[in-house]
Design a protein around this ligand. Structure first.
Ligand SMILES: [Zn+2]
Length: 608
């Protein structure tokens, strides 16, 4: 027997496939606007195939910018005749070479009145005559790495550059840091010969260009409601990547207007990162004074307790544990920052774990708090009590210092699925990038929004505890997780979090054990400028206070306290049409959207 299951809070449904298909159709009729996401599950593959589902999660997340559209997430093998017509929009992420796709999908692709996007493999199953009449092109093969032509860093050439709206987006391409024989890049796309120049030009919304020859091929093709994209846009995503083209095209695919009109300033958000009681006060004051002088609203990610079990930061035993409440000067600074336009983000209780090196030195700001980085698994004490307890203690301290944070930010962006689910319920907003694991959840109730920590502080302690008693999250640790960033705000992600994006990265001009790739002020300015063509995109980034040090101390300054480089970044963002937002005001004025929970359909063998 086959069973079908929907994730999250849905009731477990069992029964015959046919009956459930009927139920699904009914649900879709009732939804005012819906989208079907098809993915490659490939149940028989060994080792288990994960990429298809992971890409579907990433698409589900991006669609969180359009939360009123009901999502259905469906393995392509479940496709039945005329299913494309059940929703106004459909996207098939064809990530598995020669997956067994029902013939009905190919047939319906050509006849459906709904919008259908096909991304990735298998376009050769569409007759060439149809490719010609739709887009003026013929499939000619898949691209590969061009090892005969390398750039100055020895990286092989491929179709790496993407022309879109007058800008050039570029795919990620790096040799693996730990296994340098591995070249990490999504170098494979579908190649097409242009057979009808006019029609191909008219149909091509983005072109791919070879990084050595400059040869250009259509990458995104559209003829009315029928779309094709040369690969799944979710492999090796990056701040400069073609992923952003896809994120922008979603507005057209869904026929949805952007939230902000062309000509309106784009929101920019700058975070002063890892602010804790032992950060040098001169750095903090110099940064805030510089923001104030430049009329820039800013935010600050705050860690209420500094820990240094191995005394890396000097040999004063008293510095092993320093709470912000024991530092009147630091609390005074926080008031000063608030009066000058600062918003506060809660960024961990200690931003390190216990008295361990996890993995660097055990010190606040350097180490991971909610993820065991040394063994790449949840921390040993990961549980509802551990997570909620730490957050409540941290918030209690912040409250005693007169600070009410407006959002949450995961230390190093990394936590277990259980933690992310808890964060989604405890905080109205989370900031930044997220690591996604496939997971399943059982819970009969959800924390009422009025008990969210950023509304109530630590005061709801006892009442909160009862809501989390029955929370259980299951996930497979052998599943490869994926990291994702977002160009725009997301009303609901895979963990049910509401997200403020971080899409420009941070100033990290020097390689070290924590920095795998250098990012300069100029890199960030390039990203900010390019993203002007993208609908609803933010310019969101962060910088550490110690960047005001001189270069020999990993700073950007000619002298200690030199703010010139940071001001250049800020002014470039303003010149590119961004406006630095007051995060607190943005959150206070945010219009709540109706958020539909995605429905996931999964065919499973009995006993699995
Ligand atoms: Zn941090």
């Amino acid at each position: 027997m086959r069973t079908m299951r929907c994730r999250h809070f849905c009731t477990l449904v069992t029964g015959l496939l046919v009956a459930l298909q009927a139920q699904l159709a009914l649900a879709r009729e009732q939804a005012s606007k819906c989208i079907q996401i098809y993915y490659d599950r490939v149940p028989d593959s060994s080792p288990p195939y994960q990429t298809g589902y992971v890409h579907a999660i990433m698409l589900e997340n991006l669609l969180g910018h359009f939360p009123e559209i009901q999502q259905y997430i469906i393995p392509i093998e479940m496709y039945r005749p005329n299913d494309l017509g059940k929703c106004g929009a459909n996207i098939y992420l064809a990530t598995f070479y020669e997956n067994r796709v029902p013939q009905a999908f190919y047939d319906d692709y050509l006849t459906t009145p709904s919008t259908v996007v096909w991304a990735g493999y298998g376009i050769w199953h569409l007759p060439q005559s149809k490719q010609r009449s739709l887009w003026g092109v013929e499939f000619s093969g898949l691209s590969s790495l061009d090892a005969d032509h390398r750039d100055a860093d020895g990286k092989p050439a491929f179709y790496r550059n993407f022309d879109y709206k007058g800008e050039v987006f570029q795919k990620y391409a790096e040799f693996d840091r730990f296994h340098p024989v591995i070249f990490n890049a999504a170098y494979e796309i579908s190649l097409f010969d242009v057979v009808d120049d006019d029609l191909a030009k008219q149909s091509t919304l983005a072109w791919a260009r070879h990084s050595f020859t400059g040869d250009r091929v259509p990458y995104v093709l559209r003829h009315d409601n029928r779309w094709y994209i040369g690969d799944s846009p979710f492999a090796f995503i990056d701040e400069e990547d073609r992923y952003l083209i896809f994120a922008d095209l979603l507005f057209d695919i869904l026929d949805e207007p952007p939230r902000r009109q062309p000509g309106e300033p784009k929101p920019a958000l700058i975070r002063l990162e890892d602010v804790h009681p032992l950060v040098a006060l001169w750095q903090l004051y110099d940064m805030v004074n510089m923001f104030f002088r430049n009329e820039v609203k800013f935010s600050m990610s705050l860690i209420p307790v500094f820990r240094d079990p191995f005394l890396v930061n000097g040999d004063h035993p008293a510095n092993r544990y320093v709470a912000l409440t024991s530092r009147p000067y630091f609390q005074e600074f926080l008031k000063y920052a608030k009066e000058r336009g600062g918003s506060f983000i809660f960024h961990g209780f200690t931003h390190q774990h216990d008295t361990e090196r996890n993995p660097y030195n055990g010190m606040t700001g350097d180490d991971f708090e909610f993820w065991d980085r040394t063994q790449n698994k949840p921390v040993s004490d990961d549980s509802v009590n551990y997570v909620v307890g730490r957050l409540e203690d941290g918030l209690d301290l912040l409250g005693r210092a007169g600070v009410q944070p407006v959002a949450w930010l995961v230390p190093h962006y990394q936590a277990s699925p259980l933690d992310y689910v808890i964060f989604s319920q405890l905080f109205s907003w989370n900031v930044g990038r997220i690591i996604y694991f496939p997971y399943s959840l059982t819970q009969s109730s959800r924390l009422p929004p009025q008990l969210a920590m950023d509304r109530l502080g630590a005061a709801g302690r006892a009442r909160r505890a009862t809501y989390f008693q029955d929370l259980a999250v299951a996930f497979r640790q052998d599943q490869t997780p994926t990291g994702q960033f977002f160009p725009y705000e997301i009303d609901r992600d895979f963990y049910a979090q509401r997200l403020i994006p971080e899409n420009v990265g941070n100033v990290q001009p020097y390689m070290n054990e924590q920095v795998f790739r250098v990012e300069t002020v100029d890199d960030m300015i390039r990203v900010l400028r390019r993203n002007r063509v993208l609908r609803d995109s933010w310019g969101s980034f962060f910088i550490h206070p110690f960047r005001l040090e001189t270069r020999d101390r990993e700073g950007l300054g000619e002298f200690p306290g030199d703010t010139a480089a940071v001001e250049r970044l800020i002014n470039a963002a303003k010149d590119a049409g961004y406006q630095f937002i007051d995060l607190e005001t943005f959150i206070r004025n945010y219009r709540d959207h109706v958020v539909k929970k995605p429905v996931e359909l999964q065919v499973e063998r009995e006993g699995q």
